[in-house]
Write a protein that binds this ligand. Structure first.
Ligand SMILES: [Zn+2]
Length: 247
């Protein structure tokens, strides 16, 4: 049995038996972790409000080899996102992010980039009100990028030539980029400005992204059409929370 101490963001909880809870969280050092929080449903639980969804916690748990469920020992609140999560439009986005992290994050395998990306998106939702849609696109692009499923905008998909602002390039409907020699037969209907916004997600934090770039309704529709298609292809269905929120 090994004791692990790590930062974690709580994704969701389920009731287990009379007084316990199953907690699903994304941890910094161990990736996606499911654990039992003994006594978490009691009135005077030692976990208090630490297991509310999207709370950033300092988590201590015991893991056993070949056992998927860990045993959660303590959870100490580092940052409560309770006030963010009670706003319906934000809660919908958080539920959607939680479902996708649950699908994409490797269990018991550290993915520091995914952990930082999720916490940055949750922070952005808390501070940039009214930007839920754009933060959702940012999240989807990064999630797909980290899974190696988002087209690489920095190299020609035809010949591998490195693309930068100095090289004229064009993209197809799946956002694969091409140099002028390999131009796609069916070009993307995403405007150059929207494409610039997509490229900007590579460089900027979500908070700075929403400050620096806006997507029109039309551009957002085209872009979300692509991200949702790529996500559905990866998990072989549409996310439940996407169908529910129609986002
Ligand atoms: Zn090329």
């Amino acid at each position: 049995m090994r004791l692990v101490n790590t930062d974690a963001i709580v994704l969701r909880t389920y009731n287990l038996a009379e007084s316990d809870r199953i907690v699903v969280c994304l941890t910094r050092s161990s990736g996606l972790v499911r654990g039992v929080a003994k006594g978490a449903r009691r009135m005077k639980s030692r976990f208090g409000a630490a297991l509310e969804p999207f709370t950033l916690v300092r988590l201590a748990f015991y893991e056993k080899e070949n056992r998927e469920l860990v045993s959660i020992s303590t959870a100490e609140i580092l940052k409560s996102n309770f006030e963010v999560n009670v706003q319906p439009e934000v809660a919908e986005v958080l539920a959607y992010m939680g479902e996708l992290i649950n699908e994409f994050a490797p269990p018991h395998e550290a993915d520091e980039k995914m952990f930082r990306m999720l916490t940055a998106c949750v922070d952005a939702l808390a501070s940039a009100r009214g930007c839920e849609r754009q933060i959702t696109r940012y999240f989807e692009i990064w999630l797909l990028r980290l899974a190696g499923l988002f087209p690489d905008l920095r190299a020609c998909a035809g010949c591998g030539l490195e693309l930068n602002d100095a090289v004229p390039s064009s993209v197809d409907v799946e956002l694969n980029s091409y140099c002028s020699d390999c131009r796609p037969q069916v070009p993307s209907n995403l405007s150059p400005q929207a494409l610039k916004a997509v490229r900007a997600t590579y460089q900027l934090s979500p908070v700075n992204f929403v400050k620096a770039h806006t997507l029109s309704d039309q551009e957002d529709l085209i872009l979300s059409g692509l991200t949702h298609r790529l996500i559905a292809r990866a998990i072989e269905r549409l996310p439940r929370t996407l169908v529910a929120s129609n986002r």
